[in-house]
Design a protein around this ligand. Structure first.
Ligand code: ZN
Length: 165
């Protein structure tokens, strides 16, 4: 089992991040309970520590929301589904770094929010409020086309986000 002091592999967890750390620690401990022999290799890192190990500045390790673990005997594929199921209960996800040379591990962190891509028509659609202004047939057709394209775009976007999970 890991504690708040072993979770910070080099620096102490700042008070402001203790709640984050506790959340991540409890998930790691649940994994260790379920799969004895799982090694915890990295948790909270200060910005300086993170930089020294080549971590990206936006890493969840800096926010005390990430942990690296190695299942028993380095049998990554054997335990991947079981560990994923545990972390997903808490809105975390498993990132498989098991092919990383010399530092194979599973990284866990809060699951990314689905990326939003705003749907914008290629040309601005002018809304005419004055009822005395009649759109020409061409303008009406163009307006309908733009609306159809927007709807098709939205459906494509929804399908795209659904298939990403
Ligand atoms: Zn990591």
């Amino acid at each position: 089992m890991i504690t708040i002091s072993t979770f910070a592999t080099r620096d102490k967890v700042p008070a402001a991040l203790e709640a984050n750390a506790k959340m991540t620690i409890s998930i790691v401990n649940e994994i260790i309970s379920a799969i004895p022999g799982t090694q915890f290799t990295s948790g909270y890192r200060s910005a300086a520590h993170n930089k020294s190990v080549g971590g990206v500045p936006t890493s969840y390790h800096v926010k005390a929301l990430a942990a690296d673990i190695v299942p028993p005997g380095g049998q990554f594929q054997k335990y991947k589904a079981q560990i994923s199921a545990i972390v997903e209960k808490y809105g975390y996800e498993l990132i498989d770094e098991s092919t990383k040379k010399g530092a194979a591990h599973f990284h866990i962190e809060p699951a990314k929010k689905k990326k939003m891509i705003p749907v914008t028509p290629s040309e601005p659609v002018t809304v005419v409020n004055d009822p005395s202004v009649r759109l020409t047939d061409n303008q009406q057709t163009a307006g309908k086309s733009a609306m159809i394209l927007t709807v098709v775009g939205m459906i494509a976007f929804i399908v795209w986000t659904e298939t990403r999970t």
